[in-house]
Design a protein around this ligand. Structure first.
Ligand SMILES: C[S@@+](CC[C@H](N)C(=O)[O-])C[C@H]1O[C@@H](n2cnc3c(N)ncnc32)[C@H](O)[C@@H]1O
Length: 324
């Protein structure tokens, strides 16, 4: 048995990892980008225009679903018709997807991203932090906070005492007072985000947006939220490389890490509030004729802002000090 963090990492990003499969995330579950890419793309184009972003860089872009929608939206939805549409660029752990629009740039691996691609960019990180593996810890009967170990079938056991960094994170962000209390330690996500903030702001990005399943202090999921999905169905978590492994994000901790890395929080809200501010209503506008296209748009908007579903996602926008 090995710690969950290592098992999770190998299962998703190892040589045979889940996210290296040719079908991509869309083959297994439905994100907002799959559910309503054109609507989301139009809203993001509006946000990019508000921030005067000359580029949109999608980190963890899957197979480019959102970027393709942005590529077809940008000529129609950019708020100033004579403004230059943003340059588009995607990054993921795989090579350039075959169906990506030719105008969209692509980098395999975040460490290989040219800083020039980030200059003036809105950096989008959509449903990525929840798949950044992290340690799973549990308060044992002896009162010690212990690392949870797992085998390939998902059988678990308690291992060694958690290291100081994990204990400190839990004390600050997710206290676990009682035996059996359990959490995913968000420290690797905080680190991942703070490195991205430094990389992006250092290269002149105008903002970074993280959107994800999220929780904040006082609303942590009891027992954690580690979950697995295979072929669209929820299955018991097992790090076999055949299913997605995800846990909701402690987004308040991520926001704090971004600020410590030099960013200013521009917006920290839920997706419903953010998308409504960007013009989504989920209903017909006064006098709008009812057509198949309008009904489709209304239902896609309603799905994106549904408070019990995608609308409940956390939405964190950070940028440089002294920016917009
Ligand atoms: C849940 S999927 C979301 C895909 C897409 N953003 C969407 O919303 O449909 C997470 C994606 O993040 C990618 N990812 C995770 N860690 C990454 C990293 N360090 N660099 C680049 N991509 C990463 C995964 O390979 C996967 O394609």
């Amino acid at each position: 048995m090995i710690p969950w963090e290592a098992a999770w990492s190998a299962a998703l990003y190892g040589p045979q990892g889940f996210y290296r499969r040719p079908e991509g995330p869309v083959g297994h579950f439905r994100t907002a980008s799959h559910a309503a890419a054109p609507i989301l793309a139009a809203a993001l184009t509006r946000l990019a225009a508000e921030l005067a972003a000359g580029a949109v860089v999608d980190i963890g872009a899957g197979r480019g679903e959102l970027l393709n929608a942005l590529a077809s939206t940008r000529t129609t939805a950019h708020s100033a018709p004579d403004a230059t549409p943003p340059v588009l660029h995607g990054v993921d752990v795989v090579e350039r997807p075959p169906g990506l629009a030719p105008t969209v740039g692509w980098t395999e691996g975040l460490d290989r991203l040219d800083p020039a691609a980030l200059a003036g960019a809105l950096v989008v990180v959509w449903e990525v932090l929840d798949v950044v593996p992290c340690p799973v810890v549990e308060r044992a009967e002896d009162g010690e906070l212990r690392i949870v170990l797992v085998d390939e079938q998902g059988t678990e056991a308690l291992g060694t005492a958690a290291a100081a960094g994990e204990r400190t994170w839990c004390e600050r962000w997710w206290p676990l007072p009682d035996p059996g209390d359990r959490a995913e330690v968000g420290r690797p996500r905080d680190l991942w985000w703070s490195e991205l903030v430094q990389q992006a702001l250092g290269a002149g990005a105008v903002a970074l947006l993280a959107v994800d399943y999220a929780h904040v202090a006082g609303q942590r999921p009891p027992g954690g939220s580690l979950a697995a999905y295979r072929g669209g169905r929820r299955v018991p978590p097992m790090p076999d490389g055949d299913c997605d492994l995800t846990a909701h994000v402690a987004l308040d901790s991520v926001a704090h890490a971004g600020e410590a890395a030099g960013a200013r929080t521009l917006e920290f809200t839920d997706q419903r509030t953010a998308l409504r501010r960007l013009g989504l209503r989920g209903k017909a506008t006064a006098g709008e004729p009812v057509t198949a296209a309008s009904l489709q748009r209304i239902s896609a908007e309603a799905e994106l802002i549904d408070p019990g579903g995608l609308g409940g996602f956390g939405w964190l926008l950070q940028g440089p000090h002294g920016g917009n």
